[in-house]
Design a protein around this ligand. Structure first.
Ligand code: SAM
Length: 286
C-alpha cells in the first residue's frame, strides 16, 4: 500500500505507546505528521509524544467529558481535513474515548482507518500463558464491593480466559474478591507496567498472588491487567480444609445449611462449594 497517498475525509485511529515510547509504528508517525489535525484525549500529554518525534500537527481535544459535543465539530472538520484520533496511551476507543466519534464517522460515510499498535489487554494476554483464542474482556472491575461481587459471580463459570483492567488503588480488594468468589486455586496472571522499567508478570494461584501483593506495598503500584484462567477442573479444586469442614457439618445439618456454614467459616462464597457438595453428598443425603 502507498502510505504517501492521502485521501480526504479519513479518520485514522492511531495506537500510541503504553509506556515505552519506542513502541510506535513508522506508519503511526507518518500519519500523525501528515494529517491536518490530531484529536487527542489530553493534548498536553500527546504533546510530549509529538515533540519526541518532531511532529508539528495541530491538536484538538477529545476527552470523555466533551466527546458528544466535539464529535459534530470533528465531523464537520473532516469535510476538508484528514484527522488522527489518539488517546493518552494504547489503542483509542478501547476503554478510552473515541467510539462516539468513530460511530458518527460510519454514519456519515467517512472512512475510518485503524493504525494498529499497543493495547494493554492484548499485550498482557499475549504474555500470560493462558489461552488467547477465546477470551472475555470486561473493562475495569467495578469500584464497589457489591458490584464486584455481582460481576465475579456472573463470570465464575465461564470457560474463556477473563481479562480486567485494574487500578493500583483497588488491586488488593479485587484480588481478595477473586479469591472469595472464584476460589483460591484459580490461576491469575497479574501483568504490571508493560514495556516500563518495573514491568512484572506474576503467574500463580489467586491466593498466592494475594499474599505476594500484601508482602510489599510497592507491588500494588503501577498500571496493571488481571488475566484470569477460565473455569476448568484444575482450578475448581476445593481446598482439603473446606472439604473436611463440609463433610463434618453435612452429617448433622441439611445440605444448604452445611454449605452456608462452611462458606462462612472459610470466608468463601457458597457458590464455590455448591457444585462440589451436590456431586459428593447429594446421593448420601437422599
Ligand atoms: N486504550 C488503552 C489500551 O489500549 O490499552 C487502555 C486504556 S485504560 C483507560 C487504562 C488501563 O489500561 C490501565 O488502568 C491499566 O489497567 C491498563 N494499562 C495501560 N497501560 C498499561 C501498562 N503499561 N501495563 C499494564 N497495564 C496497562
Amino acid at each position: 500500500m502507498n502510505i504517501n497517498k492521502i485521501k480526504t475525509r479519513i479518520l485514522y485511529v492511531v495506537a500510541t505507546p503504553i509506556g515505552n515510547i519506542k513502541d510506535i509504528t513508522y506508519r503511526a508517525i507518518h500519519i500523525l505528521k501528515t494529517v491536518q489535525l490530531i484529536a487527542a484525549e489530553d493534548t498536553r500529554h500527546t504533546q510530549n509524544l509529538l515533540n519526541h518525534f518532531n511532529i508539528t500537527t495541530k491538536m484538538i481535544s477529545l476527552h470523555k467529558y466533551n466527546e458528544h459535543k466535539i464529535t459534530n465539530k470533528i465531523i464537520f472538520l473532516l469535510n476538508t481535513k484528514n484527522i488522527a484520533l489518539v488517546s493518552n496511551a494504547g489503542t483509542p476507543a478501547i476503554h478510552d474515548p473515541g467510539y462516539i466519534l468513530i460511530h458518527a464517522c460510519h454514519k456519515e460515510n467517512i472512512t475510518v482507518i485503524p493504525i494498529p499498535g499497543p493495547c494493554a489487554l492484548i499485550a498482557a494476554l499475549s504474555a500470560s500463558g493462558l489461552p488467547g483464542d477465546n477470551f472475555y474482556y470486561k473493562g475495569f472491575l467495578p469500584k464497589t464491593t457489591l458490584s464486584r461481587k455481582k460481576i465475579l459471580l456472573h463470570i465464575q463459570n465461564i470457560k474463556e480466559t477473563i481479562i480486567f483492567y485494574e487500578s493500583c488503588h483497588r488491586i488488593l480488594y479485587s484480588i481478595q474478591d477473586i479469591v472469595s468468589y472464584l476460589g483460591e486455586n484459580r490461576i491469575i496472571v497479574l501483568v504490571k507496567e508493560i514495556t516500563k522499567i518495573w514491568e512484572r508478570i506474576k503467574y500463580g494461584k489467586a491466593v498466592d498472588i494475594l499474599t505476594w501483593l500484601k508482602k510489599d506495598d510497592l507491588r500494588q503500584k503501577g498500571e496493571m491487567v488481571i488475566i484470569i484462567s477460565g473455569m476448568n477442573n484444575h482450578n475448581n479444586i476445593i481446598p482439603i480444609k473446606v472439604q473436611r469442614t463440609l463433610s463434618i457439618l453435612i452429617k448433622t445439618l441439611k445440605m444448604k445449611q452445611a454449605i452456608q456454614l462452611t462458606a462462612l467459616i472459610h470466608k468463601i462464597h457458597k457458590n464455590q462449594i455448591y457444585n462440589y457438595a451436590i456431586k459428593k453428598f447429594l446421593h448420601d443425603k437422599k
